[in-house]
Design a protein around this ligand. Structure first.
Ligand code: AMP
Ligand code: MG
Length: 504
């Protein structure tokens, strides 16, 4: 039997924060996806295993030695409303191990059967949504954005009932940890300050070990979580990623993108874009993501209040308020950094960034007015940097406005060329263009391509399109002739009616 070098710190150090629970047995497990590169990173000697053994193990039918499956408790604000008890209803933390970078990673199942937290759910997952998580999480990873990863998907051989019967699946997810804002809320809502403190101590040791034993560490921990979220959301905004269900139970303390349900990438730039079928008021629309992140972090701050200033509630509230207010400045800095890099600027931010901010605002307004594809616009800006404005002009109806903006942008580029900090006298157009291509992806998982790949796999048992798309998404910053079909926006009619669901 294959061995995983499990070291299950959560199960060991936080008894009473979870329920021990075994995955359901499944009738006919078949391995449909295995992430070999990630397996290697996790030091799993998967190469020597036959497919049947792997399918057995990754379906939960035969757990590797050392696994201690548990269902973690958590609460959460869903669409602004508090649910005191959510928890792993169809997921299990199987164990933790230390990867080849000496980082502790959670290995978890999703779709492994109902747990005591399942409420009325069946505890199962359908194949399509699990393959969707693979495509989009691996795409984000390749884009350089922190995310949970997908190690494997097993078709369970069991049908699950949704609107219709669908093939069932179990996804193996890898995360820095599964500790969420909602994990803290669970204990805080019960007034269990001792457990909030134990959870915070454990989490600090795991994710912010530099704070261990420090005075004021809980406030610094809050600051660290705020900072990671600000950085994460800024990166989402840079690639047009819309998470879709930013409930507090779907916000990870280590700052990874987690929970791939109704997420999708924006096509034509419109800050109000929202795809999720249940997000009727656009709470989680593209433009609202930073504000929602801050709102969620305020829920974390509330949960941590008893730890912030010993027995002094007013002081705790003041400290928490100040920390939450710091999100704005942090986010703005990260966002400006992301956007400036996309524009091809690498110099020190001039005049507090006001001029660059104005240039970005004008650019985004131009994209919106012309309904331009967000990904292609940035990508073709790199061509313009190199003296070829034709591809970008093709995207815009209003050439006059585009040309005026491009002229301003080029003036700004020239100021950077004239005063580089390096010994060189300036950067060349092709250097700028190739730098821009490293931060403006050629490929994102386009919604129509994702849907085509999933329906081929789920409805027709044809995994070819899924594998091709996944393969293409591994190098999103390089243009490849063979993947051109994945790089084109969907027809507007597709995007207008495109609707996503909470991946069940
Ligand atoms: P999510 O929308 O995936 O963030 O899930 C929210 C909550 O619903 C979590 O507590 C999940 O464990 C639970 N949940 C979602 N789908 C199911 C299901 N099919 N069976 C049991 N629990 C579920
Ligand atoms: Mg969730």
């Amino acid at each position: 039997m294959m061995s995983f070098a499990f070291d299950n710190s959560f199960a060991r150090e936080l008894p009473s924060f979870y329920v021990k629970w075994a995955p359901d047995r499944v009738p006919g497990p078949r391995l449909r996806y295995l992430n070999h590169a990630l397996a290697e990173e996790l030091r799993l000697d998967i190469g020597r295993q036959d497919a049947a053994t792997l399918a057995d193990m990754l379906s939960g039918n035969r757990l590797p030695e050392g696994a201690e499956p548990i269902a973690q408790a958590y609460a959460g604000h869903q669409f602004g409303r508090f649910s005191p008890q959510l928890g792993d209803g169809r997921a299990l933390l199987v164990g933790e191990l230390i990867d080849c970078h000496d980082k502790r990673r959670d290995i978890a199942f999703k779709g492994s059967g109902p747990t005591p937290f399942a409420r009325n759910g069946d505890g199962k997952a359908a194949l399509g949504p699990m393959l969707r998580e693979v495509l989009i999480s691996e795409a984000l990873h390749a884009l350089g954005i922190p995310t949970t990863r997908a190690l494997a998907v097993v078709d369970t051989g069991e049908a699950v009932r949704r609107e219709k019967l669908l093939p069932g699946a179990n996804l193996t997810r890898v995360a820095a940890s599964h500790i969420r804002v909602g994990t803290f809320e669970y204990y805080a809502a019960r007034g269990d300050h001792a457990r909030v403190r134990r959870l915070a101590d454990y989490t600090i040791a795991r994710h912010d070990p530099g704070l261990i034993g420090k005075k004021g560490r809980y406030l610094d921990f809050l600051g660290a979580v705020i900072d990671r979220q600000a950085a994460l959301v800024a990166q989402w905004m840079g690639v047009g990623f819309i998470h879709g269900v930013m409930n507090t139970d779907n916000m990870s303390i280590p700052g990874e993108t987690i929970d791939y349900g109704p997420c999708a990438f924006m096509e034509a730039y419109d800050p109000k874009t929202v795809f999720s079928s249940i997000d009727q008021h656009g709470r989680y629309a593209y433009q609202n993501q930073p504000g929602i992140a801050q709102w969620n972090l305020a829920r974390l701050a509330e949960s941590l209040l008893p730890l912030l200033a010993d027995d002094n509630e007013d002081e705790s509230v003041a400290l928490a308020t100040e920390a939450i207010a710091s999100f704005d400045g942090r986010y703005q800095r990260y966002w400006l950094d992301v956007m400036r890099t996309k524009l091809g600027f690498h110099d020190q931010v001039p005049d507090g960034g006001d001029e660059d901010r104005a240039l970005i605002a004008e650019w985004l307004a131009l994209l919106q007015r012309n309904s331009v594809d967000f990904t292609l616009a940035w990508r073709h800006l790199a061509d313009a940097a190199e003296g070829n404005p034709l591809p970008i002009r093709d995207l815009f109806a209003d050439h006059l406005a585009l040309d005026a903006w491009l002229a301003n942008w080029q003036v700004r580029c020239a100021t950077e060329d004239g005063c580089t900090n390096s010994d060189e006298s300036g950067i060349t157009a092709s250097t700028r263009a190739s730098r821009m291509r490293r931060s403006n992806p050629w490929l994102i998982p386009r919604n129509h391509c994702v849907e085509d790949a999933l329906s081929a796999a789920s409805d027709d048992n044809d995994f070819g399109p899924f594998e091709q798309l996944l393969n293409a998404l591994k190098n999103p910053y390089e243009a490849h002739a063979e993947f051109v079909r994945f790089s084109k926006p969907a027809p507007a009619s597709f995007t207008e009616s495109y609707c996503t669901f909470c991946g069940t």
